[in-house]
Structure formats: C-alpha cells, structure tokens
Design a protein around this ligand. Structure first.
Ligand code: SF4
Length: 308
C-alpha cells in the first residue's frame, strides 16, 4: 500500500454500532486477553488483585523506543532521519523517568546482565537503527499514532486498546502498524502475535465499517516484518474468539478458579513467589460487593507495550 501521500483521515474513535447501545458487561484489551490465554492466574494477579509489578528493563526499553518513534513523526517529513531518532532517545528517556520516578531504580539492583544502563540504551539505539532498514519514515504521513480505540460488541463486551500507528492511503485503505522490540516469533507462535492485530482490526472495522487492508508487525529486535491481509471472515472469527475468552474469564470470576498455566514465560513472571506451581500461595481474592460495578471496571486501560 502506498502511503507516501496518505490522507489525513481520522480513523480513531470510540463507540459502538448504530442503534441502541448495549449495556456494557465487561471490557477486554489485547494485552489482558493475552494474559488470560497465557495463564489465567496471571490475569487474576494483574486484573483482579491488581498487584503491582516491577518494571523490567526490556519492557521499559520497549516503551522508550515506542515513544521515540511516535515523536519522530512530529518532525517535518524530510527531517525524519536516523540521526533525528537517536537524538530523541535521551530526552525521551528523561521524560519517562520524570513521569515515573520508579524507573530511576531500574538498574539499581539488577545482577542479570542488563544492569548497565549504557548497554541498555545502546540496544535501544540499535533497534531504532534497525527500524530505518525496514521503512523510510520520510515517505510516510501516519493518520494516527498511539491511537486509543474502543467499541462495544453486540453482546455488551467492550474492546479497547492502543494502536501504535495507523496509515491511511489516498484510496482509503487502512494499514495498522505495531512495533515490537523483541524478535519475530517462531512460525507456531505467529497466530498468537497476529491475534492482537486482528483484535485491533476488529475494533476499527466495528467503528468505521471498513476492514483494514493490512496488519503489519515490525520486529525491531531482529529486523523482520510480519504482514497479514485480514478479511471479514477473519474478523468474525476473532470476535467469536474474544467472546469465548470473555466467557472463560467470567466463569473464573464466578467460580474463583484461576488456574495457573506454566510456560517458558514463567521465567519472567513477577508473581512466581505467590504461584502454587512454584510453591507459593495466592493471596485471598479481594471481596467484591454484591452490587459490584461491571467487570469493565476491573480492567485497567493502561498501555501495555510489547513483551520482550
Ligand atoms: S509463574 Fe507461570 S504459572 Fe505462575 S502465575 Fe506466573 S505465568 Fe502463571
């Protein structure tokens, strides 16, 4: 899709389809849906118990690289060079640290090899340099960046999330772009990676009645790009999957059974010490009033950038 002269169309928004708005029964973002698919107990710790997690160097680096790429497009097209991106790195890191003082402690007691802030920043630099091998931002005029979208399905389930970038071609074709600061997944994990993109495509389709033409995942960890052209059947299947996921979450809420599911991601889980699979005991479930608010209130809309 040629987006070099992309139309400045507003693609974002919130809302549902025309007609009476259904009562909202719950809310889901791709990140939290991914948590539940990874491990229902992890979802519980994050969404129900709301247990704070320590920021990890890899996740914060992801946030930093995303911030630089977002700000890069503030510059006039001709100035969007690799040097300009690298110049943004320091100020954006300072801004993030000022906004979240806890980040100042990020390297304080890390003995795992990423403690060296200079090395950490060097990796962020390499990711930005790699970005320029994948596309030329001087030829792009994104319609939206860091776009918050939400819509309510007919069932009353609210879907929401942040899209890194939306490009709209003069023809009206929409491309949804997501930056990943990890490496591209193995073939058997691709479907999982694409789920998040189809989730966004479903929201955009429901909001604007047009199926996005292209979903594009850019892996800045190894310089690969995953592209996918969805169709209506894909997005209907995604809707069914999201609804089924929500039903499973509701069952866990009703029964209080949040099953742990071990995987290699346990190595990075902040909740290992309270996980029964590793000898821990989860805290008692929070008491929820009988006239509790809708489950929509249980989920934070916080932006969760990509995992390392
Ligand atoms: S350690 Fe593994 S099984 Fe336990 S809560 Fe975390 S992700 Fe789930």
């Amino acid at each position: 899709m040629n987006t070099s002269e992309a139309a400045a169309t507003t693609i974002g928004g919130t809302g549902g389809r025309a007609g009476a708005a259904p009562r909202v029964i719950g809310s889901l973002s791709p990140s939290r849906a991914g948590d539940f698919m990874t491990c229902p107990l992890l979802y519980r710790f994050r969404v129900i118990d709301k247990i704070p997690e320590r920021p990890s160097p890899a996740a914060v680096r992801g946030t930093l690289v995303h911030a630089v790429l977002e700000r890069l497009f503030d510059r006039p097209a001709g100035d969007r060079t690799v040097e300009a991106a690298l110049e943004l790195l320091g100020p954006q890191w300072e801004r993030l640290r000022a906004a979240e003082p806890v980040l100042a402690t990020l390297f304080a007691d890390d003995a795992a090899g990423e403690s060296d802030q200079a090395g950490w920043l060097e990796q962020a630099r390499r990711m930005l340099e790699r970005y320029f091998t994948l596309e030329d931002p001087r030829r792009l005029e994104p319609a939206e960046r860091e776009l918050f979208v939400e819509t309510v399905l007919d069932s009353g389930l609210k879907l929401r999330g942040f899209i890194d970038r939306v490009d709209v071609a003069p023809s009206g074709d929409v491309r949804i772009v997501d930056y990943k600061t990890g490496a591209s997944p193995r073939a058997d994990f691709e479907a999982r990676a694409l789920f998040q993109m189809k989730f966004y495509a479903l929201v955009v389709w429901r909001l604007h009645g047009r199926v996005p033409r292209l979903l594009q995942l850019m892996y800045l960890g190894n310089g690969e790009v995953l592209r996918y052209e969805p169709d209506e059947a894909d997005l209907r299947a995604t809707e069914r999957k999201v609804e089924a996921l929500w039903q499973a979450i509701r069952r866990a809420m009703d029964t209080g059974e949040w099953r742990p599911r071990t995987s290699r991601l346990c190595d990075w889980c902040d909740h290992k010490e309270r996980c029964p699979q590793f000898g821990g005991t989860p805290p008692p479930l929070p008491v929820v009033p009988v006239d509790r608010p809708t489950p929509a209130d249980l989920e934070s809309a916080a932006r969760a950038h990509d995992a390392p």
